[in-house]
Design a protein around this ligand. Structure first.
Ligand code: ATR
Length: 277
């Protein structure tokens, strides 16, 4: 057998990452000959760590996680539309031409989890996204491409939601709202992309904003009880945490690097059991 190709995830911190677990499982499932490691980069040394990694001829691709996704974007020679929309890159690939290619698979991971794994519809629906940080910017372009009837965005700091709406209006209809104005709408799909859940907090969402048969997705995962999903369950919504998004964004990176699509359902169930969430 030839030597394996090398892949890794880079972040700071990195000890919590599930990416080596996921990509090693993908490689086993598909028979791809590769290794995947976790690399801790110093906060001020990201560019050097990337250069050192790709100096190895076996090194083919990197995932990039917090806080380096914007720096990764700046490093790329070629960027996908998804990366440009996100202003951030989570997947780097060294091309045969020696150039560094950057993509962002977070949005497609979210949409694939909602539509394919959970069977939710987005086309023609009124979608509300809560939050306006990097995580939300990473998914808005792909959400608009799913052709919702309307995309609304609300954030604790309203000006940031307005700034994102201004950036994305070239890709589809998107409206920034204050939380107190959401009640005028009947929301079909609500997505929490704020970091409130990670702090055990709930964004200021009223009890009566969801349509019948609404769906609620929290991009956070890893906690058995997310306040946003408890709120949504109390409104009789279908709910999901973001574990499937994590697996699906990884599957899309794997596809970019290897040209092979993996089936994710069994791995998602296994990791859910390991995390007990
Ligand atoms: P990330 O990379 O996870 O998106 P971020 O860029 O720091 O992180 O953004 C965090 C988002 O969560 C922001 O939209 C933030 O609101 P502000 O813009 O007002 O800071 C939102 N957020 C964090 N804690 C929150 C809370 N307790 N309630 C509501 N929104 C919260």
């Amino acid at each position: 057998m030839t030597n394996p190709d090398r892949y890794a995830v880079i972040g700071h911190p990195i000890s919590h990452t599930r990416s080596p677990r996921i990509h090693t499982a993908f490689a086993q499932l598909t028979g791809e000959n590769l290794t995947y490691e976790a690399i801790l980069s110093p906060i001020d040394g990201f560019q050097q760590v990337v250069a050192d990694f790709f100096a190895d001829i076996a090194a083919k691709g990197l995932n990039v996680t917090l806080p380096f996704k914007e720096q990764a974007y700046a490093l790329c020679d070629v960027k996908s539309l998804r990366a440009k929309q996100a202003g951030a890159v989570n997947t780097l690939m060294k091309g045969k031409d020696g150039r560094l290619y950057g993509d962002n698979t977070d949005g497609v991971g979210l949409v694939r989890d909602m539509t394919q794994n959970l069977g939710w519809s987005l086309a023609g629906k009124r979608i509300l996204v809560v939050g306006a940080g990097g995580a939300v910017r990473g998914v808005l372009g792909v959400l608009l491409a799913a052709k919702p009837a309307q995309l609304l965005i609300a954030n604790r700091t309203h000006s940031k939601a307005q700034a994102l709406a201004d950036i994305f209006q070239q890709y589809g209809q998107i409206t920034a709202l204050r939380f107190e104005d959401i009640a005028q709408y009947s929301i079909d799909v609500v997505i929490n992309g704020s970091s409130a859940s990670l702090m055990g907090e709930l964004p200021p969402l009223a009890a009566d904003i969801l349509a019948a048969d609404a769906c609620a997705y929290d991009m956070a995962y890893g906690k058995p009880k997310l306040p946003f999903l408890e709120w949504a369950t109390a409104q009789q919504a279908s709910t999901s945490d973001g574990l499937g998004m994590l697996i699906e964004q990884a599957a899309e990176s794997f596809f970019i690097w290897r040209g092979v699509r993996v089936t994710t359902a069994d791995l998602l169930a296994e990791i859910r059991q390991e995390l007990q969430v």
